[in-house]
Design a protein around this ligand. Sequence first.
Ligand code: AMP
Ligand code: ZN
Length: 119
Amino acid sequence: MAGEPQADCLFCKIVSGEVPATVVRATDTTVAFRDINPQAPTHVLVIPKAHYPDAASLAAAEPRITADVLREAGAVAADEKIDETGYRVVFNTGSGAGQTVFHAHAHVLGGRGLNWPPG
Ligand code: AMP
Ligand code: ZN
């Protein structure tokens, strides 16, 4: 069923605790943890606990949880004090855009200058 945990999904395993992560925030519907291969001084992933393969399918099925993910991204930025200097929230969607984990996730990146447009 849509949103149910997937046995072969890395981020579902982080939600369940089967795979460890450095969790910085959690709510009833979301988990935020540090990226294992950080691309900036702050690089945190915010994920819904429910499994959807990408941001668009999450938004179509669960608008409230999508809002929770975005609110938590802002809370991470405030916690990390990158809200004043500026930060980026990124949803890579599709392998051509660099998506490697097919469980929706927001990258929160900051703490250094960020080029525009991104590569
Ligand atoms: P994406 O390429 O947009 O799908 O993002 C997936 C992100 O997950 C990458 O930035 C990876 O570095 C990160 N990642 C992969 N495995 C782990 C893990 N076990 N814990 C934390 N982050 C991870
Ligand atoms: Zn999953």
